[in-house]
Design a protein. Structure first.
Length: 118
């Protein structure tokens, strides 16, 4: 099982990006999915998560600016980042609870860099 994240880049403050994360491999079912980020010198933090039936949860710092969504048929997770700020600069990681048929385990993508210049 692999999670492949993409969509990061270098943008100016106020601009937007859309991150994607595709799950592949021997997957029976995907439960909760989420995006985390880690800035230099800081701990990894939850940005947003979404349940299998589409209920989102956001960190206070990104509410009203970021939108998480998923396409279960495509096994893909998205994060729309609008009104970006320099403090959003970090490596963004996707995470998913995945079952290969016997229980669920956590899987992580490789990370995609988001850099916001002022």
């Amino acid at each position: 099982v692999q999670l492949q994240a993409s969509g990061g880049g270098l943008v100016q403050a106020g601009e937007s990006l859309r991150l994607s994360c595709v799950a592949s491999g021997a997957i029976f079912r995907i439960n909760d999915m989420g995006w985390y980020r880690q800035a230099p010198g800081k701990q990894r933090e939850l940005v947003a998560s979404i349940t299998r039936d589409g209920r989102p949860n956001y960190a206070d710092s990104v509410k009203s600016r970021f939108t998480i969504s998923r396409d279960n048929a495509k096994k893909t997770l998205y994060l729309q980042l609008d009104s970006l700020k320099p403090e959003d600069t970090a490596v963004y990681f996707c995470n998913a609870e995945i079952s290969r048929g016997l229980g669920y385990g956590p899987y992580w993508g490789q990370g995609t860099q988001v850099t916001v210049s002022s």
